[in-house]
Design a protein around this ligand. Structure first.
Ligand code: AKG
Ligand code: FE2
Length: 209
């Protein structure tokens, strides 16, 4: 476990240098366990919904593009186990605003799982109808993820050549600029994560597009 300013500094440096950063072994084991237990509880309570693409009138569910199920998280709930993750995110927001002037005002997050055989085709998280996602982050919850399990996050350059391939290993935090082209490779067993986006507007206003 690292202190919050160190993690924020490391990620900021990566974002400035190459547009992304990865931190492994982010949380102490006990805190990670609590998050995983909460995740399972929500799955058992059937709290997840099939994820769609686009927002409002643009919203569609297209299984050929993304196969995940999601459950939004209330980022203001300080009692939630994910708050331990948010402490790092809060520090990162401050650091990015100070060093990169990104003007981050808020963030939104959800739990996600991809059933075996699913992935998410190459896309950007920041686009015309959703310009407010500035930085994306993913915190993975998959213990003993092996090479053959697939489900890698692949980051691409503008020429669509892969620049980084990241296994969704437990306790790994991946952060990248939301305009980056990326893909989730088809996974061979269920793949769990917490995904979030740093926004340049308060979450209350995201419905405005
Ligand atoms: O889970 C990941 O590695 C990335 C997920 C993703 O690209 C998204 O939800 O937009
Ligand atoms: Fe994405």
């Amino acid at each position: 476990m690292y202190n919050h300013p160190f993690v924020a500094e490391t990620i900021s440096a990566g974002i400035i240098e190459k547009g992304y950063a990865v931190v492994d072994n982010l949380l102490p084991e006990s805190e990670l366990q609590l998050i995983k237990e909460r995740f399972e509880e929500l799955q058992q309570e059937d709290e997840f919904l099939k994820a769609g693409i686009g927002k409002q009138i643009h919203f569609t569910i297209d299984n050929t593009v993304r196969g995940d199920f999601i459950r939004w998280i209330d980022t203001k709930d300080q009692s939630a186990p994910v708050y331990k993750l948010y402490e790092y995110v809060n520090e990162l927001v401050q650091n990015l605003n100070r060093t990169c002037f990104l003007g981050i005002k808020d963030y939104e997050t959800h739990y996600a799982y991809y059933p075996k055989g699913k992935g998410y085709k190459m896309h950007r998280d920041r686009f015309k109808t959703n310009p407010h996602r500035i930085v994306s982050f993913v915190f993975y919850l998959n213990e003993n993820w092996h090479d053959g399990d697939g489900g890698e996050l692949v980051l691409y350059n503008e020429e669509k050549q892969p620049i980084e391939t990241l296994a969704p290993k437990e306790n790994r935090l991946a952060v990248f600029l939301s305009e980056t082209l990326h893909e989730v490779k088809e996974c061979n067993s269920e793949r769990r994560s917490i995904t979030g986006w740093l926004l340049d507007i308060p979450t209350e206003l995201t419905f405005l597009g």
